[in-house]
Ligand binder design. Sequence first.
Ligand code: NAD
Length: 316
Amino acid sequence: MATEIQQGTGQETRAALRVAFIGLGNMGGPMAANLVSAGHAVRGFDLSGAAVERLVAAGGKAAQSIPDAVRDAQVVITMLPAGEHVLAAYDGPQGVLANAPQDAVLIDSSTVPPEIPRQLAKIARSGTQLLDAPVSGGTAGAAAGTLTFMVGGDAALVERMRPLLGNMGKAIHHGGPLGAGQTLKLCNNMLLGILMAGTSEALRLGIANGLDPKVLSAVMQQSSGRNWTLEVYNPCPGVMENAASSRGYTGGFATDLMAKDLRLAHGAAESSNVATPLGDLARRIFEVHRANGHGGLDFSSIFQDPVTLAQALEVK
Ligand code: NAD
């Protein structure tokens, strides 16, 4: 496609691309919509028909299958729940690798173990251009186009893709070779899990002792306990209008996904022989929260489920 579009400051022009977007959920949906708004021709596929319809309403095209989505794509982006979904989407006769043009750039933005992008490189034809590019910033960041991308792969390819990624995010960090983006991401999310569990504890302790959560949150936000959960994602309902906690913990980042990320961090810590006791405790706390039936709620719902140390330590 030869169309030129204005982007960013409007001082630079970038070619519009044919993009296949696979996985149009809480994150992928708004990311794909931002690519449409930036002028790219986006063809989307999701197992959920409703998700595909939302992309069509935003100006994208519907694909009936992965082969249909990728067949003439210049860039393929996948945003799927976990490693097994990514392998299933890329491998096999109906997969991305067998059906995308040989010169297409394949970008997986799902959060998966660092081994997955390396495994994809092994099963792909030699010369396949692959990047792992997980994100942080949550569903609000996906909608606003302000995600942070953590990218692993060839440096020149990262530079080529920077304008496209910039249509969905405000910061694009290159961490190193394939898999490095996922390592950046699992370190960040291990810390996020610890911060959310810890912030919830501090709020529960204050409320039980007569404090107003709004006052306590404001004080901690201006003091040394300050962190991202207090700034934009307060877990206590009613403190922050736009946070998932104030809409019944719907949308946002599911507890199941946080538990997955903490398992990824645990696996990486074990395989690299690094002690991460706080990360491991956060993993166990979120596993109990899942077992209590809250896997589908936003992870900040941990605030309403005071898991005890004894319960957490029962988790393997
Ligand atoms: P989601 O469950 O809302 O969306 C995943 C989508 O993938 C669903 O719509 C599902 O139908 C679709 N899907 C699954 N298998 C498919 C297949 N084979 N073909 C086509 N579509 C398929 O999840 P999400 O919240 O959008 O998260 C996606 C990824 O982004 C996860 O790896 C998650 O860890 C990561 N992530 C999420 C957030 C967040 O705040 N939600 C933030 C950063 C990173």
